[in-house]
Design a protein. Sequence first.
Length: 95
Amino acid sequence: MSLLAHLSRIAGEAFAELGLPAELGETVPSQRPELAQFQVNGAMAAGKASGRAPREIAQAVADRVATVLERLDPPHVQPHRRVELQRLPTGGRLR
C-alpha cells in the first residue's frame, strides 16, 4: 500500500469518526509544497454536507491524523531511518 493510500485511510477514519464519509479523507500531493507535502481537501465538502464549519472539521481531522502519526513514530528508531513528523506552521492543520 502506498504512503498516499495510508494517509488517505487515516484521514478517512478521522472523517468517519465525525460521522462523515471516509472518502472525504482522500490525501493528495500538496498544491503548495512549501507549506506541506500532502493535503486533504474534504473539509469544505464535509461542511456543506453537514452544516458544520469547515474549519472546525479540518481541525478535528488534523488533530486525529497528528495523533495517529505520532503513535507511528517510535522513539527507538535510529535517527538516520526515522521519519520526522512536524506540525505545520499554521498549528498542524492539514491543507
